[in-house]
Write a protein that binds this ligand. Structure first.
Ligand code: G3P
Ligand code: MG
Length: 232
């Protein structure tokens, strides 16, 4: 089972910052997950539509321009990074799961990825784009069908993983509160991977491993590797 550093190594470092991402790379995780919003014409890495929880600022993200946003402290002197900064730092060293939060992010993502591929040598096969907004995933599939997609759900759908098949997704990303054996089996029969968020305990990680889950999102990627190796 793969370990995906959730918002970087967010258990010990400020989430969705370059520091948390660097520490996740150092931990040797299989992948890193980040969240994206759009500010003006730039994709930025932040989880909430309001800056208050994760920075020393207050108010809605859409009241900030990029310059104002980048003056905020996102913890330990870190700034809110741009997607391009993260792509440069990760530099194809592991899989990057880009979760689209803002509804206006998909078109800009295609533009920024094209630039990153040209200028930074970003390898698109090492990206996995996910969202709870399945319309964004459909848009991406229409424009770049080779991109890997992760269909997020915070529910246990009546027809299990059918929604992800419909999106031609690579994986179903399910909340650990709803995952069950039927969803895992249905997804696997459809050729889909099952990734589960957010798992921060050894006991739960081992249960999900037993269930056949392919990857977990964890805020403590280094610790998670030890939880699983102790179970082997
Ligand atoms: O992508 C998995 C997980 O991050 C989804 O929920 O709210 O932590 O972005 P959230
Ligand atoms: Mg996320």
């Amino acid at each position: 089972m793969k370990i995906i550093a959730h918002r970087g190594y967010s258990g010990l470092y400020p989430e969705n910052t370059l520091l948390a991402i660097r520490k996740a790379l150092d931990a040797g995780c299989d992948g890193i997950e980040i969240d994206l919003y759009r500010v003006e014409d730039t994709l930025v890495v932040i989880h909430d539509a309001d800056v208050s929880r994760t920075t020393n600022g207050t108010g809605l993200l859409n009241n900030f321009n990029l310059q104002q946003l980048q003056l905020l402290d996102a913890g330990q002197g870190q700034r809110v990074p741009t997607l391009m900064q993260v792509l440069q730092l990760v530099n194809n060293q592991c899989l990057l799961n880009i979760e689209l939060k803002g509804a206006d992010t998909a078109g800009l993502l295609l533009q920024e990825l094209a630039t990153a591929e040209q200028q930074l040598g970003t390898r698109p096969e090492l990206l996995l784009i996910s969202s709870f907004n399945h319309h964004l995933l459909r848009f991406l599939h229409q424009h770049r069908p080779e991109l890997k997609l992760g269909a997020l759900t915070a529910s246990l759908p009546l027809d299990y993983a059918a929604f992800a098949s419909q999106l031609a997704a690579f994986s179903v990303h399910c909340d650990q509160d709803f995952i069950d054996e039927r969803l895992v089996q249905d997804a696997h029969q459809r050729g889909l991977q099952v990734w589960v968020y957010t798992v921060n305990s050894a006991v739960r990680a081992r249960q999900l491993h037993q269930l056949g889950v392919d990857a977990i999102f964890c805020n403590y990627p280094l610790e998670a590797k030890n939880w699983l190796s102790a179970a082997d």
